[in-house]
Design a protein around this ligand. Sequence first.
Ligand code: AMP
Length: 304
Amino acid sequence: MKVIDRIADLRVALDAPRAKGATVGLVPTMGAFHEGHRSLMRMARANHDVVVVTLFVNPLQFNVGADLDRYPRDLAADAAVARAEGVDFLFAPSVGEMYPQAVVTTVHVDALSAGLCGTARPGHFDGVATVVTKLFSIAGACTAYFGRKDAQQLAVVRRMAADLNLPVTVVGCPLVREADGLAMSSRNVHLSEEERRCATVLFRALREAATAVTTAGERDAGRLRELVVTTIGAAPTVRLDYAEIVDAHTITPVEALAGDVLIAVAAFVGETRLIDNVTLSIEPESHEARADLGVVAESFHIGS
Ligand code: AMP
């Protein structure tokens, strides 16, 4: 595996094999690799001749300076993980390489960026859309893998790539959880032992709501939301930021469940902000519901 920190070098490294017909799999990340990241690398490795992982803690998408400052960083450890997953190139540019001048050109994906984390973190998705556009432009024609852990981000990036005719196929991959259901996140390292225990309430609340939909036939978004709010509200040290039920593709609120719907939550556990979600799919003909809660690290399926 080669670590590359220059944009020009990455272009050459990918253009040469692509000119000979090789396909490229791209995995954009901010590092501090865990099983969620590894699952994306494996997916890319299984499907492409050349795999590139990008590692860049993008200042543009942090609206709280302290969050950026304390974001975990360990290039050597991440390089070892990427190498073990058979990655060909780890692109880890500096902030100066990515943003050599004051940023005056940004990408804004309207509507999809407005709700959920867009409300809680103003400007966040402009930062994401801008850096992902740059990464797609640098990488060139490829297939890019994103986790459904960040379901709104996936919807934003997918729409952006389509609207801007970028030569990139965006693929969504399963949300990976710890054995007790906590969604894997680079931010979990900030949790104290007690906070770590309390944090599982997000998964429990989502699973409870998913069961209400799949087994009890609940289709009312208001009642489902209440269920989630009540369960999370009862947990110590957890402060709910939002719990919303939205269309999974447009990220707009729904009243009655139909098609692909997302129950998305964000909460502060102590000082650490965590997000989680479940995707519910209601069959248009039979009205039967399926829930996708993701997988645990050992690949045990926990959807229903
Ligand atoms: P990050 O480094 O947090 O920006 O995440 C990089 C990529 O990994 C994004 O596409 C995330 O959605 C994905 N990712 C992060 N955590 C998980 C997880 N627990 N399961 C699946 N994908 C994840």
